[in-house]
Design a protein around this ligand. Sequence first.
Ligand code: NAP
Length: 246
Amino acid sequence: MTQLKGKVAIVTGSSRGIGAEIAYTLAAAGAKVVINYNGSKESAEEVAKNISDKGGNAVIIQADVSKASEAAQLFDQAMDHFGQVDILINNAGIMMNSLIKDVSDEDFTKMFDVNVKGVFNMLKQASTKLAENGSIVNFSSSTTRLMMPGYGIYSATKAAVEQMSRVFSKEIGERGINVNSILPGGTNTELFKEGKSDEIISKLASMSAFNRIGEPEDIAKIVLLLCSDEAKWMTGQNIGANGGTA
Ligand code: NAP
């Protein structure tokens, strides 16, 4: 198994869902982990406690990554606590589904603020503060490949993340840092399940080669691989993590 002993990772939005699972997986591989949350303090505390109960090392830090000042504080507090940051997982994200004609200005702005500006804010911090030879994984979505009605603005935010990642990989590569985007398909979390009937979930599951939706563990294992020395030559890529859905 990939070893991350001595490494420090920030996982944005790791109070719940895929981010929490990534925090567990990186901690199990030996990394010290910063659990970032925005509103879910109790869940973040529980994630940190579960890690320390297993002998790992985690700290929780509140920050709304869509705000530049809070993203800077998140990075600085992580460095104050652990001395360095080697791995940045830009997982925090939100999704509101509507046909483009029905999307409110407010929801458009909210999704771009968290999903795009949040990643941008953290990449800016990483450009000077992430340790040499580190790794960055940004979260896109397989919806950028599926053209599903109702996902227009969410997909647009994730397409922006993919393009930023590809360019940023060339801007930061001279420091030995690899940057990739991961594109999960439907994955068993609150974000995915909210507002979907069992019938819709079964239909989406049937689009994968394995006739099921993803579990957070499926995604976390790929994130671990992308942070490993073995994947260093992989950079600037947008990687589907969707059981063959798209
Ligand atoms: P989730 O269960 O809704 O969890 C979202 C996490 O993001 C929470 O920990 C939340 O923290 C955090 N967050 C939201 N806004 C934030 C902000 N402004 N600043 C900091 N943290 C913030 O979502 P998920 O399903 O695990 O999704 C994780 C990522 O995968 C997202 O980027 C999503 O777009 C992407 N994705 C998910 C799926 C899927 O099917 N689940 C598919 C493709 C891509 P608080 O609760 O503390 O606010």
